[in-house]
Design a protein around this ligand. Structure first.
Ligand code: UT7
Length: 341
């Protein structure tokens, strides 16, 4: 594994925000759509309900309110932003432009460059590391990182293997250079990819490999397909492993962690990872029960909620872990500063 980059100056989170659509879809409602039950979904995944964007909402419509809240908390105006990164696999427009460009325009962040990161459920963890790199090198000082998804548009509502698992939402953070003397910020990150797992979780058609045709649409190939059991096995393994690696890279270990913020895909995966890390569940944040798997929005939604609930205090050590299609994974180790609502 490459040695982590020597930190020139540290990047720290100074603002956070979130947005979820109003519409709540319960397991009971899903019982009327596919052959499933509230009990099966709760027992196998821990999910009780998820949010679903309205037909007139696009991903940037979820990203914007989350971003505005994060900017307000950071006490930063959009014109001060140097860079906007949107982690998403469900952009406003099919292939281009980047959703980040749409966000940049609507925020009127006139000085900011903007691009998307596509690492699916690991997207926010990847994007946070990218933001930290730009800040550590001194290239940029004020970066907005957003994880935003409308997963419901990728779901085949006749496929019970996938349609019960996902939801929509957005979380955002402002990342800025930490004051030199402050012992806070993103201490380090690890990222990983195993592209041989591309077939385990993907949207088969709609790209250059298999453009959409009437036959492919009739075959529902524009929707997500997943080999759940294999992804589950990978997830249980990588969740703990990625956290240990990221902590080890900055000379820390799981017993140093105050709060573990895992990708919210399934409570069984989260519990297995916590066990592996020997962390009591009080040190693990879980909100998959209310939002389902929101892909790149899951880690920031969990971080924002944990912070709003007072579960993250100045000086706390946090570890985030993401995993998902690609296959991709990543983890950030963060010493929390003093962020006030
Ligand atoms: O961000 C990364 C995205 N993906 C994930 O994190 C998914 C990881 N995988 C998982 O979370 C789990 O594998 C699932 C929740 C998807 C499935 O749980 P499982 O314990 O691995 O169940 P299974 O796939 O072994 O399925 C058991 C049974 C099957 O029936 P048979 O073949 O044994 O008769 C499925 O057809 O459950 C059936 N099943 C369902 N039954 C009721 C699958 N989906 C449903 C459903 N309701 N929604």
């Amino acid at each position: 594994m490459p040695t982590p980059t020597r930190t020139l100056r540290r990047a720290t989170i100074t603002g956070l925000g979130m947005y979820v659509p109003e519409r709540i879809l319960t397991n009971r409602e899903l019982e009327t759509l596919v052959e499933t039950s509230d009990q099966w979904i709760v027992d196998r995944t821990g999910i009780r309900e998820r949010r679903i964007a309205s037909e007139d909402q696009a991903t940037s419509d979820l990203a914007i309110p989350a971003a505005q809240e994060a900017l307000r908390v950071a006490n930063l105006s959009a014109t001060d932003l140097d860079l906007i990164i949107v982690a998403t696999c469900t952009g406003d427009m099919g292939s281009f432009p980047a959703t980040a460009a749409i966000v940049q325009d609507r925020l009127e962040a006139k000085q900011a460059a903007a691009f998307d990161v596509v690492a699916v459920c690991s997207g926010f963890v990847y994007a946070l590391d990218v933001a930290a790199q730009y800040i550590e090198t001194g290239r940029y000082s004020n970066v907005l990182v957003i994880g935003a998804e409308i997963m419901s548009r990728l779901l085949d509502w006749t496929d019970r293997n996938t349609c019960v698992l996902f939801g929509d939402g957005a979380g955002a953070v402002v990342v800025q250079a930490a004051e030199e003397a402050a012992d806070e910020g993103i201490l380090g990150s690890i990222l990983g990819t195993d592209g041989s797992g591309v077939w385990l979780l993907n949207v088969p058609s709609g790209g250059t490999r298999s453009p959409l045709t009437p036959d492919r649409i009739a075959d529902r190939q524009q929707y997500m397909t997943m080999r759940g059991k294999e992804v589950y096995r990978f997830a249980v393994e990588i969740m703990g492993e990625a956290a240990v690696q990221a902590l080890g890279a900055v000379g820390l270990q799981p017993s140093d962690v105050d709060l573990f913020i895992p990708h919210q895909a399934n409570t069984r995966i989260i519990t297995a990872a916590a066990k592996r890390l020997d962390l009591p569940m009080e040190k693990v944040f879980v909100n998959v029960d209310r939002y389902g798997n929101t892909s790149a929005a899951s880690v920031p939604l969990a971080m924002v909620e944990a912070w709003k609930m007072g579960k993250i205090q100045p000086g706390n050590l946090l570890v985030t872990v993401g995993f998902g299609a690609g296959l991709t994974w990543g983890a950030n180790v963060i010493r929390w500063g003093n962020v006030t609502p």
